[in-house]
Ligand binder design. Structure first.
Ligand code: NAD
Length: 490
């Protein structure tokens, strides 16, 4: 059985307590590995290693840091198959998705930030100050320095992709880090440690600790020598981290949950809209923060769209994620499967029409080895009050709820009627309406006639309860550096 240990100062070490947690394979329900159950002692050891590495790493010429991170990207590419298998097994996601999206994107994260850090520009302002007696001319320039040991905490849905999205800019800008993957999906982060060592990252630059949320993640958040925290995960945990960091006056970036609207106007290319809406709802079994889980359709085309969506959802049959042809895998854990099933039962009790799904698959329809797995059938439902809990709270599973709207103003009201504001999609051929909607929808990203098209140079993050701060491109390079104003008289 595999054992995933902490990676501290380039060594794999067990938890100080010796304790481990079970790691389940979602496709079978079996325990396939153990992971170190880290606590405050392990976090402290990792922070000490990161602090010891910081002076030399932050003084390393940026060209050399860039070279090492680029090398790590190459090693991820070279180990694509091994990483994809590990991720598919850990998460229950189709291997095709891990191969085509998660792992390549993890390499791109390092490649992108290894390049971006070489192309930053500085800020300088020429100043004319009235002075006392005689006017003074000065130049103000902004000196940016890495913050020190950064705490990077990621969720289970895109484990390597999201963790490397934080590690890459943190290290590129000269910080060292203590990174924590979800205890539910520890495999690929552990392999990343191996590859980082092979790439030549000095000991202590990248440290990975494993363990339960509060014991391990909470210890990173409250550690006095970790001045910056970047967190991606649920809104509930993010709220606690925000409060804790506020009290400690730490820098914090929070990427949180979503309840994203996918809006189809009656002038849209309906075939494209339906195909995209199906991908947006059910990719990774609906477990992507950017998934469009609320389909808003204009009344005149609602019946047609709903029929096509239900047909498409029915065609997505759960299968063994390790097989290349599988497009729909397992949910990540038993508790998460229960959460999704409970939300659908709640919808049923509130009078929703369940058009398809609404249950786990018949075990006989699954390969024998998958009959104890955490599968749920793609579900489409309608008829709920937009204000009810099912329409307001994130489900984070393969459940698409449909609402009908009459006109643009009604669509905008529905789109903005949840506490969240991460992403949104608008399908229309009317360019003016697209721009108006983009301005009015309260979300960090608005996709017009597409979904999940990402350019890493753009700011990424959520509005309202979906987060605080932005990642991506310049935003990340700024977050991980402390600006200092230097005023020079001349
Ligand atoms: P989660 O909040 O339960 O856990 C996320 C990470 O935080 C895990 O590593 C966990 O161990 C750790 N953690 C838990 N409690 C902690 C605490 N008290 N202190 C410090 N760390 C703690 O989230 P999850 O269930 O792993 O992931 C699903 C959630 O993540 C969904 O809400 C989804 O929308 C969100 N998400 C957001 C984005 C985004 O970019 N906005 C991306 C992916 C996922």
């Amino acid at each position: 059985m595999d054992t995933f240990r902490h990676f501290i100062a380039n060594e794999f070490v067990p938890a100080a307590s010796g304790a481990t947690l079970d790691v389940h394979e979602p496709a079978t329900g079996r325990v396939y590995a153990q992971v170190s159950a880290g606590d405050a002692r392990d976090v402290d050891a990792a922070v000490k290693a990161a602090a010891a590495a910081f002076p030399a790493w932050s003084a390393t010429p940026v060209l050399e840091r860039s070279r090492l991170l680029f090398r790590l990207a190459e090693l991820i590419d070279a180990n694509l198959e091994r990483l994809a298998q590990a991720e598919s097994r850990d998460c229950g996601k189709p291997i095709s998705l891990a191969r085509s999206v998660d792992i390549p994107r993890s390499a791109v994260n390092f490649r992108y930030f290894s390049g971006a850090v070489l192309h930053t520009t500085g800020e300088m302002h020429e100043t004319e100050h009235p002075g006392i007696g005689a006017p003074i001319r000065a130049m103000n320039w902004t000196l940016r320095r890495p913050r020190g040991v950064t705490g990077l905490i990621a969720p289970w849905n895109l484990p390597l992709y999201l963790l490397t999205w934080k590690i890459a800019p943190a290290l590129a800008t000269g910080n060292t880090c203590v990174a924590k993957p979800s205890e539910v999906t520890p495999a690929t982060a552990t392999l990343l440690g191996e590859l980082a060592r092979e790439a030549g990252l000095p000991p202590g630059v990248l440290n990975i600790v494993h363990g339960a949320g509060q014991d391990c993640g909470g210890s990173i958040v409250t550690h006095p020598n970790v001045p910056a925290i970047s967190f991606t995960g649920s809104t509930g945990v993010g709220r606690w981290i925000g409060e804790s960091c506020g009290g400690q006056l730490k820098r914090v970036s929070l990427e949180l949950g979503g309840k994203n609207p996918f809006i189809i106007f009656d002038d849209a290319d309906l075939d494209d809209a339906v195909a995209t809406a199906l991908r947006a709802a059910f990719t990774n079994q609906g477990q992507i923060c950017l998934c469009g889980s609320r389909l808003l359709v204009q009344r005149s085309v609602a019946d047609r769209v709903l029929e096509a969506i239900v047909k498409g959802a029915r065609a997505l049959t759960p299968g063994d994620p390790s097989l290349p042809e599988t497009r729909f895998g397992a949910l990540v854990s038993r508790p998460h499967l229960d959460k999704v099933a409970t939300a659908v039962e709640q919808a049923r009790a509130l009078g929703a029409t369940i058009h398809c799904g609404g249950r786990s698959p018949d075990p006989a329809s699954l390969p024998e080895q998958c009959r104890g797995g955490y599968f749920y059938v793609p579900t489409v439902l309608s008829g709920l009050d937009p204000a009810c809990a099912v329409e307001q709270e994130e489900i984070f599973g393969p459940v698409l709820s449909v609402q009908v709207f009459d006109d643009e103003a009604h669509a905008m009201r529905l789109a903005n009627a949840t506490p969240y504001g991460l992403a949104s999609v608008v399908f229309t051929r009317d360019l003016n309406r697209a721009h108006r909607a983009a301005e009015q929808i309260q979300s960090g990203i608005v996709w017009i006639n597409c979904w999940m098209v990402r350019d890493l140079r753009t700011p990424f993050g959520g509005a309202k309860a979906s987060g605080v701060g932005r990642e991506g491109g310049l935003e990340a390079l700024r977050f991980f550096t402390e600006p200092k104003n230097v005023c020079v008289k001349w």
